[in-house]
Design a protein around this ligand. Structure first.
Ligand code: KIV
Length: 256
């Protein structure tokens, strides 16, 4: 069965688990675990490059990271985010999406309501993940979307349109739980929430955030399942201390 059909069939039956990855080693760990899809998100602009947003991320960056992830993930489908400027027209979208497939991705993610582009990609056999709600590539400020009824209706209509255009799943980012539930109940494909509450068909998080690698990003929706920031700092302290007192390298870690 095609991976996108497998994902579609989980709607209403089984929750879908998605995490981002940007490098070989993390991808390899995810590939051995109970995850349904890996997203090479353009969030790498923030967590990998140290930018303030995703707007500087290029095709070259995304191809580089997709290749690294694909070397580690041999089993789990990889979806690559199409970066800003890479899908202005259906033609450029297809050309660029094919570069991601060549790099090892199995599908692409497109932000916002781009029915023609999504249809063009889907009709040419490229699995497309949609993205509704907070759209980091165009947002001026990161805040919850769809709080007032008019905006909620606009987001619902957008979700219905990209559903009809041929996405196999869609991300719902930073929207109230009630709206996410309404969208989830009204679209045919599974919804994957991030800051969109428990009624979505699945959840995605940025791996650096859920592992507690950074220490500055603390939105309400984020649950840290580990505190790697602290673990790394403790390891650094221990290493520095041992080097300074001459305890490392000891006999065990020395060639004789
Ligand atoms: O870029 C990204 O990691 C994303 C997820 C937050 C859905 O788009």
């Amino acid at each position: 069965m095609k991976f996108e059909d497998d994902i579609r069939q989980k709607k209403g039956k089984e929750k879908i688990v998605v995490l981002t990855a940007y490098d070989y080693q993390i991808a390899k760990i995810l590939d051995d675990g109970p995850i349904d899809m890996i997203l090479v998100g353009d969030s790498l602009g923030m967590v990998f490059q140290g930018q303030n947003n995703t707007k500087q991320v290029t095709m070259k960056n995304m191809i580089y990271h997709t290749k690294a992830v694909a070397r580690g993930a041999r089993r789990i489908p990889i979806i690559t985010d199409m970066p800003v400027g890479s899908y202005h027209t259906p033609e450029s979208a297809e050309e660029n999406a094919r570069l991601f497939l060549e790099a090892g991705a199995h599908g692409v993610k497109v932000e916002g309501n781009k029915p023609e582009t999504i249809k063009g990609l889907a009709d040419s056999g490229i699995p497309v993940m949609g993205h509704v709600g907070l759209l980091p590539q165009t947002a001026e400020v990161y805040k919850v979307q769809g709080k007032d009824p008019k905006e909620a209706e606009r987001l619902l209509q957008g979700a219905l349109e990209i559903d009809r255009s041929g996405v196999f799943t869609m991300v719902l980012e930073c929207i109230p739980e009630k709206l996410a539930k309404r969208i989830t109940e009204n679209v045919n494909v599974p919804t994957i929430g991030i800051g969109a509450g428990k009624f979505c068909d699945g959840q995605v998080l940025v791996i650096n955030d859920m592992l507690g690698l950074g220490d500055g990003f603390t939105p309400k929706f984020l649950k840290k399942y580990a505190n790697l920031n602290k673990t790394i700092k403790e390891a650094l302290d221990e290493f520095s201390h041992e080097v300074r007192i001459g305890a490392y390298p000891d006999d065990e870690h020395t060639y004789h």
